[in-house]
Design a protein around this ligand. Sequence first.
Ligand code: ADP
Ligand code: MG
Length: 250
Amino acid sequence: MKQIEAKNVNAYYGDNHVLKNINMDIMPNSVTAFIGPSGCGKSTFLRMFNRMNDYIEGFRKEGEILIDGIEIYHKNVKVEELRQKVGMVFQTPNPFPKSVYENVVYGLKVQGVKNKKILSEVVERSLTQAALWEEVKDSLNKSALSLSGGQQQRLCIARALAVEPGIILMDEPAASLDPISTAKIEELITGLKKNYTIIIVTHNMQQATRVSDKTAFFYVGELIEYEQTAKLFSKPVNAKTENYISGRFG
Ligand SMILES: Nc1ncnc2c1ncn2[C@@H]1O[C@H](COP(=O)(O)OP(=O)(O)O)[C@@H](O)[C@H]1O
Ligand SMILES: [Mg+2]
């Protein structure tokens, strides 16, 4: 059963037509990579899955996006509930200026969870899943801002996981990180696949190869090729895909 279905999706910023009739199905418990040159619409498409573009002036969309069979732009869908189901991790780590603990429990507290035992369990589980627990378990009250960049990004992943989202969107999550932190993020993505559906935008084709099951190649707002990652990188069907993955542009 498909978890995400994009049907004839078009998107515009004013007159700028940035996504052109995109159709895509994403299966549960998979990792999907979005690749393509800068400005081709990867982030715009990713952000549509939890309606992060709603507040951008001039943004307009056509078509449908179904998650678990529900059209997420339907008027009955509550955006806050959607975002609990579809979490997001950004390019630059953005922890709150609060303690490690408070960062992780933030979403649960917003939901009204007060039980200390439950909160502590979620903190340990989420930080463990985000491969950060061992490094911070003795300093949960330390400011998140005192962590390294790579730790901050894993904390942001833990914060997203704490509300058990099901789907996690990652927009170039390792773009600002050193190679060791990047490797940690890639490793944890692979581990998370058992329980989550992950979509990752990446500029790094090696990264797409390492972490993803399927890869979608975008070019100037069009979805050019969407295939099993191994196949897309070894036997691309479209000349544009071939040019991009062989480094001829982008
Ligand atoms: N907030 C915005 N307002 C207006 N135009 C935008 C905005 N964000 C992105 N765009 C435009 O939409 C197109 C796709 O951008 P984006 O989705 O960010 O691409 P990518 O993530 O592939 O680099 C680009 O032409 C970009 O300039
Ligand atoms: Mg982008």
